[in-house]
Design a protein. Structure first.
Length: 92
């Protein structure tokens, strides 16, 4: 398990490197970013459920990250492209 932060306004999930400046910043913004325990994102698919095709892009980015993609790579694609890519991988 590792510490991640969920944005109470947007429901975005972010797991910064432990001890990084970003982890310290999110911890200091506890009124917006609440700490939560998550499974290790290095384990592909661990604890993540596939979002509905109509889910927000942020949900698809989080799911892609749980499948081993970096945040930058996942955010560079559209929601529909993420859904297609991950569908193709799951069917292969």
């Amino acid at each position: 398990m590792m510490l991640a932060y969920r944005n109470v306004r947007t429901d975005e999930l972010y797991a910064p490197e432990p001890g990084s400046w970003m982890a310290e910043r999110l911890a200091a913004l506890s009124e917006v970013w609440q700490p939560i325990e998550v499974t290790d994102p290095a384990e592909p698919g661990a604890g993540a459920q596939r979002p509905a095709k109509t889910a927000r892009k942020a949900d698809w980015v989080d799911y892609a990250m749980s499948r081993g993609y970096s945040r930058d790579d996942a955010e560079s694609l559209t929601r529909d492209d993420l859904a297609r890519l991950l569908d193709e991988q799951e069917q292969a």
